[in-house]
Design a protein around this ligand. Structure first.
Ligand code: G3I
Length: 302
């Protein structure tokens, strides 16, 4: 196959990208995105500050621009993200305790109702663990509402849209030896044992010199899959975009039956949140980088 999406589909997987609503008027951008990818994540538009700027007043205008572009171009959509310490609107940043807990629940219900039956996977909770060696939860206003905030979010999400796969999503959880990975593993194992509704784990996979790719990523993916959840690579970008590393990540997903697919976090280097690291598959002029060819070959079994 000659595109990433079609090549991934040969094994029942998808290949996606983050899409920014503000770039949908850029024809170089949209022609690459329409051609190559069959899954879309809104880069910012489905986040809390965008979708509920005032408490109880939902605004899906930017989110729907991304959603509608995706569907009109035959793509599936991953929802990102419902409960997160970051990109909270001001009113939510100022809440705590039971009022914040209720606001989180109401937010999940409100957004999931709007997209009920339309979203393949939802990142229900994003980035709840601390970096470093502690293996602790990240401190945040949500965490301070009680350690059970994550499972409450997942139970709320399951009731709101039973058709969506419900994911926990984080970064620096790709290396099996990291404390953060082990902490996330313990949470997912506990959720499966106690019947908390979780279907998938998203590995953001923002690799750079500080958090480099390690070949034990495949072990990590398989160990989580063995807990009874699907896994996905949700925000892939790699500093310098080495073709060999991109190929290895792709092969890691292909090697794990429950790896649903791969999403890269943007189209061209100039679209990246860290464009100075040139971490993506397309040059600024829209041409394909060596990493693109490496990923395509890997998806085609080469
Ligand atoms: O929209 C405003 C614009 O009006 C304003 O003029 C401009 C000035 O700074 O800011 C614009 O908002 C920016 C927004 O991106 C849209 O471009 C924010 O400042 C900026 O903080 C925001 O960055 C996003 C970041 O999440 C925020 O946390 C990145 O685009 C986005 O790629 C990044 O994505 C995250 C994932 O959601 C979670 N995992 C990590 C990943 C990378 O940080």
């Amino acid at each position: 196959e000659s595109t990433l999406g079609a090549a991934a589909a040969q094994s029942g997987r998808y290949f996606g990208t983050a899409i920014a609503s503000g770039k949908l008027g850029d024809s170089t951008y949209t022609s690459i995105a329409a051609r190559e990818f069959n899954m879309v994540t809104a880069e910012n538009e489905m986040k809390i500050d965008a979708t509920e700027p005032q408490r109880g007043q939902f605004n899906f205008s930017a989110a729907d621009r991304v959603y509608n572009w995706a569907v009109q171009n035959g793509k599936q959509v991953r929802g990102h993200t419902l409960a997160w310490h970051s990109q909270q609107p001001g009113w939510m940043q100022n809440l705590s305790g039971s009022a914040l807990r209720q606001a989180m629940i109401d937010h999940i219900k409100g957004v999931m109702a709007h997209y009920k039956g339309k979203i393949t996977q939802w990142d229900v909770v994003n980035e709840a663990f601390a970096d470093g060696s502690s293996g602790a939860r990240r401190d945040s206003n949500l965490q301070r509402t009680g350690n059970d905030w994550i499972e409450v979010a997942f139970r709320t999400a399951r009731a709101a849209d039973p058709s969506a796969k419900l994911c926990y999503n984080d970064y620096n959880v790709e290396n099996w030896n990291w404390a953060k990975t082990q902490a996330m593993y313990a949470m997912v194992r506990d959720f499966k044992q106690r019947g908390v509704p979780i279907d998938c784990v998203g590995f953001q996979s923002h690799f750079n010199s500080g958090s480099p790719y390690d070949s034990n990523f495949r072990t990590t993916l398989q160990n989580f899959a063995d807990l009874g959840v699907d896994v996905a690579i949700t925000e892939l970008d790699i500093q310098g975009a080495p073709a060999s590393t991109y190929a290895n990540v792709t092969k890691d997903c292909l090697a794990v039956e429950r790896c649903l697919g791969i999403t890269v976090w943007g189209v061209r280097d100039s679209d990246s949140w860290r464009s100075e690291q040139t971490p993506l598959l397309f040059n600024n002029d829209g041409s394909k980088k060596p990493a693109y060819t490496a990923v395509l070959n890997a998806l085609n079994g080469g």
